[in-house]
Ligand binder design. Structure first.
Ligand code: PEP
Length: 248
């Protein structure tokens, strides 16, 4: 039985003042819920998240990480540094990183490996663009993105990781994949992993991300291969995020 996970991705939003309210609202609102809950905050606010959430059931994490352990990489943040601030999770390969910062499958795989080496759980994002969906190559795209991880890290690495299927056309657009569309890709991802290791595949949590909101969360997460959500916009409103966590 896979425990549902709902992870917030705040992206580049927030301030010390607004975060204080949001973190307190999430912490109070999700107490006692069955699902696991996490928030992935901007780097400068990791200490604040740690201070507010330590000792609570809410985990915290980052949205990106360097593929290098240390060195002359101005502006970068290593997995060990994230670990220093108590992070449990780190998002790798978000489509905004792939699109705006040129992160290739190879770079994402290196980041995934660096995260695990430091004891973090990577949340690996995969998903197709609208153009790729319309060309009917969704399965190929997601397979290629998953294969990059399997080739570099091996299937065993997926025992300590989370995958998030995020169709790029659904992120921040208000256009959600239907439960059937999402389930189809989730099942493909699980089958791909099962071909290498059935046990790891059946324990792997595969989250859906892309305009998940309180109104559609329950139906999406009721699908057999959807094990939770990666939530962007709705994670910035405590009541909405808590409602999604409750739906899980
Ligand atoms: C995301 O950024 O990972 C995401 C799913 O965003 P949104 O929920 O806003 O579509």
């Amino acid at each position: 039985m896979r425990r549902k996970l709902v992870a917030g991705n705040w992206k580049m939003h927030g301030s010390l003042a607004t975060n204080a309210e949001l973190l307190a609202g999430v912490k109070a609102g999700v107490a006692g819920l069955a699902a696991e809950v996490a928030v992935c905050v901007p780097y400068p606010y990791l200490a604040q998240a740690q201070q507010v959430l330590a000792g609570s059931p809410v985990a915290w994490g980052a949205q990106n990480v360097s593929e290098h352990a240390q060195g002359a990489y101005t502006g970068e943040v290593s997995a060990g540094m994230l670990k220093d601030f108590g992070c449990r999770y780190v998002i790798v390969g978000h489509s905004e990183r792939r699109t705006y910062y040129g992160e290739t499958d190879a770079i994402v795989a290196a980041k995934f490996e660096a995260a695990q080496k430091a004891g973090l759980i990577p949340i690996l994002c995969v998903g197709e663009t609208l153009e790729e969906r319309e060309r009917n190559v969704t399965a190929e795209v997601v397979t290629r993105q998953m294969q990059a991880i399997l080739e570099r890290c091996g299937v065993a690495a997926l025992a300590e990781a989370v995958v998030a299927y995020e169709p790029v056309w659904a992120i921040g657009t208000g256009r959600t994949a239907t439960p059937e569309q999402a389930q189809e890709v989730h099942a493909q991802i699980r089958a791909l992993v099962a071909a290498a290791d059935a046990g790891i595949a059946s324990n792997l949590r595969i989250l859906y991300g892309g305009s998940m909101k309180p109104a559609n969360a329950k139906e999406l997460m009721a699908q057999p291969d959807i094990d939770g959500g990666l939530i962007g916009g709705a994670s910035l409103i405590a009541a909405d995020f808590v409602a999604i966590c409750a739906a899980a």
